[in-house]
Design a protein around this ligand. Structure first.
Ligand SMILES: CC(=O)SCCNC(=O)CCNC(=O)[C@H](O)C(C)(C)COP(=O)(O)OP(=O)(O)OC[C@H]1O[C@@H](n2cnc3c(N)ncnc32)[C@H](O)[C@@H]1OP(=O)(O)O
Ligand SMILES: O=C([O-])CC(=O)C(=O)O
Length: 394
């Protein structure tokens, strides 16, 4: 019997799971983690408290938060074999590729797989949250020819990351703002990388493979990779006067304007609004950014030309302007995103295990049936390929 399925490219609007981790109202621009509005978390929480909330479903008590932070501090260091492995990576490689390889490599050290043991789950959560920032910072120092520096136990999660990255104790405001950025990027329902994590998790493989596949998915320019593309685009635009012709050219050529548009939001992403305010706070303390005026004009012109289609700034639009002021190199913006999103990936991993069924969707077959097998000597080369080969022959 043939069953008729409705095919939705990109699975738009197709529920892939039931989840209580986060909620998005794309028409009203609302994002909640476990029911708590993102603006409240940005104002009052810390990244580790938010990660705990996402993964265990409730805000921790002071005692629970202290133990969680303590465990994470204790697991921040990398094994020397991981650092040795990283020495073989090309300096010109992308930091997301390094991160994906390092996350996957953790599986070599922690091969016991006890997915129904809460202690195993907690150890994996702690290890991944603790070590991912160290992996990102180590790659940055190693590609400059320096040895990675050890984490500092007297610094909190975000301050310690900036310290390991820059080899300097960070400014207090910079560390606080970076922590808020992590909260904002920590989770976002069934986005592409989270879906990838859930598909991998559903095979009951280890959590390091789950996170490695999510990192690989986040890297693409249509997803987390857009944050660095935004800065490249602002550089290319170069001046406020060039914004309008740039947008018009993109529309004419059907080219994507990076940092705009979203599958779910049809208004400005609430995280973009908060990130813009954070960027402004940094400008007040450390001076303006030459690209900010271009970004503002771009937001205005895109709203004018594409607002009727629901195309507004997404989370990746203003994050780069914040990271530039924090002196973070452009190709580390997506790894910054991964440092945060690992919390959401782990929350979905844990939730997936609680009621697992392997992901195995169907397809609508569009190919041939009962096609004959033609022996190789009888196969004809398509005419176009033939003329290409002939053109190559001197
Ligand atoms: C963390 C994140 O992942 S946030 C997203 C980061 N990605 C980006 O910023 C890249 C730019 N944005 C995009 O490519 C898209 O908006 C996505 C990938 C985010 C969402 O894609 P989808 O929901 O699949 O929308 P889709 O690609 O079908 O676009 C719908 C229409 O809007 C247009 N559109 C969507 N985004 C943009 C954009 N940024 N610039 C110009 N046009 C756009 C498309 O060209 C398409 O037009 P058409 O119907 O005439 O062909
Ligand atoms: O939800 C999405 O499709 C993209 C995403 O990860 C985000 O916006 O944070």
């Amino acid at each position: 019997m043939t069953v008729a399925y409705e095919y939705r490219p990109g699975l738009e609007g197709v529920p892939a799971t039931q989840s209580s981790i986060s909620y998005v109202d794309g028409q009203r621009g609302i994002l909640e983690y476990q029911g708590i509005r993102i603006d409240n978390l940005a104002k009052y929480s810390s990244f580790l408290e938010t990660a705990y909330l996402l993964i265990w479903g409730e805000l921790p008590t002071q005692g629970e938060l202290d133990s969680f932070e303590y465990e994470i501090r204790y697991h921040r260091r990398l094994k020397y074999r991981i650092r040795d492995m990283m020495k073989c990576f090309p300096e010109s490689g992308h930091p997301m590729d390094s991160l994906q390889a390092c996350a996957a490599a953790l599986g070599l050290f922690y091969s016991r797989r006890a997915l129904d043991d809460p202690a195993y789950i907690r150890a994996a959560v702690v290890r991944l949250l603790a070590k991912i920032p160290t992996m990102v910072a180590a790659f940055q120092l190693m590609r400059k020819g320096n040895d990675p520096i050890q984490p500092r136990d007297d610094l909190d999660y975000s301050a310690n990351f900036l310290y390991m990255l820059t080899e300097r104790e960070p400014d207090e405001l910079a560390a606080k703002i970076f922590d808020v950025c992590l909260i904002l990027h920590a989770e976002h329902t069934i986005n592409a990388s989270t879906f990838s994590a859930m598909v991998t998790a559903s095979t009951l493989t280890d959590p390091y493979a789950v996170i490695a596949s999510a990192v690989g998915t986040l890297a693409g320019p249509l997803h987390g990779g857009a944050s660095e593309e935004v800065i490249v685009m602002l550089e290319e635009i170069g001046s406020v006067e060039n914004v309008r012709p740039f947008v018009e050219k993109c529309i004419e050529r059907k080219a994507r304007i990076m940092g705009f548009g979203h599958r779910v939001y049809k208004v400005k992403d609430p995280r973009a609004t908060i990130l813009q305010a954070l960027a402004e706070k940094l400008f007040e303390k450390f001076g303006q950014d030459i690209y900010y005026d271009i970004a503002i004009e771009l937001e205005k012109v895109v709203a004018e030309k594409l607002g009727h289609r629901g195309i507004y700034p997404n989370v990746d639009f203003y994050s780069g302007l914040v990271y530039r002021k924090l002196r973070i190199p452009t190709d580390l913006y997506t790894p910054m995103f991964a440092i945060a999103r690992v919390a959401g990936w782990l929350a979905h991993w844990k939730e997936q295990l609680e009621e697992n069924r392997i992901f195995r969707p169907t397809q609508i077959y569009t190919g041939l049936h009962d096609h004959p097998y033609i022996p190789i000597e009888k196969r004809m080369m398509p005419t176009s390929a033939q003329s290409a080969v002939e053109a190559m022959v001197p």
